[in-house]
Design a protein around this ligand. Structure first.
Ligand code: NAP
Length: 487
């Protein structure tokens, strides 16, 4: 099963103004399978001219798309969700082949994204305005909602479908049109989503796919006044650059950036149950997840038992090609990610930490970026892994004894995306929910993301929220209409 074959998704080109097309420059880019290091496909690789054409098509298409009722737009989104569910196996296989995660994780991502399309198909019908009581008896005040305009969407490789669908679905539901730029190394599975949109009746120009040079596409997004909103998911470093560039034309901006989530275990929680959840949460997608738990604070009374179970569970995880049955952890995404992981481990152990399990590239494979699930203990405060976002299959475990100290330690980061707390004590749980600086808090819940609840971060983890009603509002302007009545 693990032998390389062509990914099942059909197209290999850009999708602009209702047609699959080559890049204007004729350039191509090879897509690599991180499990085999083989080229699995070549895709068209666009640039500024393709992006400009896509923006013009989106602007033209918006004239009629925004005038449709939310009910008519919902039909396209709902049908897209249905087609994604029908084609989930093929799209998931494509994702595993280009990204590396296991087929189980890929399929869950496709289905979660189908749910997101369906949820926003409905939520678009709830872009309500308001009638506000006047203080002048001759006046009436109303609020109406208006689509923001053409959207430029840029997404990363770690969840190549989910993180684009969180932009496409609400933008289209709100009456906006969109130009999507996927991460260059994972364009194929998003092509699978576009095939569903097209077969669901997407009018030409409403959603466009420009695989291509990040700098050329973002330069066009930023300088072209037709683009009114940028929605970006990726690193904090690139997010800051986009924020500075967006200032020139005061473009609307949504930013979903890096994270460094604390995972806090109180002494009343069952350390065995929590250690098992911790290992599943940490090593899914090799820790290459923005809300991945990445600093583990375990109360000293349960620390020993937590460590025993976590190490035993981590050592049981089967590494391998994500297409193969029974594999729990696929390859890391690229060699650079593995090198970075090794550097963080070496830095921590060089400063006194102990590597309890893992700690190196797996020697079981001739090819592929396979890294052993790693657990570190005895970390010193100056270990880089405690401040840099690791994006790696590494679990650094610290201990604590006082609630105020653990809140301070958890908040001691520039990030504020997710946090996890395990306790059955309501007062402790509530104090943590109020005290933690994070946009998403999982209380005894290691997997909190769901389409109907807001997703996003505080501090340098971003601006705005995706999903939920906030995720729709991000694509709507508020218009205030004041009416003076005669006589
Ligand atoms: P990245 O390097 O910032 O890349 C993300 C996207 O931005 C890619 O499409 C990339 O294109 C593009 N890009 C790169 N440089 C750019 C530039 N100068 N201007 C405009 N676009 C540019 O991030 P990544 O390494 O792919 O993703 C990992 C990061 O994303 C982590 O920090 C992670 O925490 C964050 N993330 C956040 C969330 C969230 O919801 N908060 C979710 C997932 C991931 P190319 O591929 O063509 O270079």
């Amino acid at each position: 099963m693990s032998a390389t074959a062509a990914p099942p998704v059909k197209n290999r080109q850009l999708y602009i103004d209702g047609a699959w097309c080559e890049a204007a420059s004729g350039k191509k880019l090879a897509v690599t399978n991180p499990a085999t290091e083989e080229t699995i496909a070549e895709v068209s690789f666009g640039g500024r001219a393709d992006c400009a054409r896509a923006i013009a098509a989106a602007a033209e298409a918006m004239k009629s798309w925004m005038k449709l009722t939310a009910y008519d737009r919902a039909k396209v989104l709902k049908k897209t969700a249905d087609l994604m569910r029908e084609r989930a196996d093929a799209i998931a296989k494509t994702m595993t082949m280009e990204q590396g995660k296991t087929i189980v994780e890929s399929k869950a991502e496709v289905l979660h994204s189908a749910d997101t399309f369906e949820w926003f198909a409905e939520e678009g019908k709830r872009a309500y305005g308001q009638v506000i009581p006047p203080s002048n008896p001759a006046k009436r005040h109303l609020i109406i909602k208006h689509p923001v305009g053409v959207v430029g969407a840029i997404g990363p490789w770690n969840f190549p479908i989910t993180l684009q669908v969180r932009k496409i679905a609400p933008a289209l539901a709100a009456g906006c049109t969109i130009v999507c730029k996927p991460a260059s190394q994972t364009p194929l599975c998003l092509i699978g989503v576009f095939e569903c949109l097209i077969d669901a009746g997407l009018p030409k120009g409403v959603a466009n796919l420009v695989i291509g040079s990040a700098s050329e596409i973002s330069d066009e997004f930023m300088s072209n006044p037709v683009v009114r909103k940028i929605s970006f998911t990726g690193s904090t470093e690139v997010g800051k650059r986009l924020m500075r560039q967006a200032a020139d034309q005061v473009k609307r901006l949504s930013l979903e950036l890096g994270g460094h989530a604390p995972f806090i275990v109180f002494p009343d929680a069952d350390p065995e149950v929590v250690a098992k959840a911790a290992v599943i949460g940490k090593f899914r997608n090799n820790g290459q997840v923005c809300i991945s738990p990445s600093r583990f604070f375990v109360h000293k009374d349960v620390h020993k038992r937590f460590m025993e179970v976590a190490v035993a569970e981590a050592e049981k995880l089967k590494l391998g090609n994500g297409l193969d049955e029974g594999v729990a952890v696929g390859p890391m995404f690229e060699k650079k990610a593995m090198d970075n992981t090794l550097a963080l481990i070496n830095d921590a152990t060089g400063k006194g930490a102990k590597c309890v399990t893992g700690g190196k590239r797996s020697t079981k494979f001739e090819k592929g970026y396979f890294f052993e699930p790693t657990i570190l203990s005895g970390l010193t405060q100056d270990a880089n892994i405690l401040t840099e976002e690791p994006f790696a299959p590494v679990m650094p475990v610290l201990d604590f004894s006082k609630i105020d100290d653990v809140i301070a330690a958890a908040n001691n980061t520039k990030y504020g995306l997710a946090a996890y707390v395990f306790t059955n004590d309501l007062s402790v749980a509530w104090k943590m929910a109020e005290g933690l600086e994070a946009g998403i808090i999982g209380l005894n819940d290691p997997v909190p993301a769901t389409p109907q609840c807001p997703f996003g971060g505080m501090k340098e983890s971003g601006i705005g929220r995706e999903l939920a009603h906030e995720g729709l509002e991000a694509y709507l302007e508020t218009k205030y209409v004041s009416i003076m009545l005669r006589g």
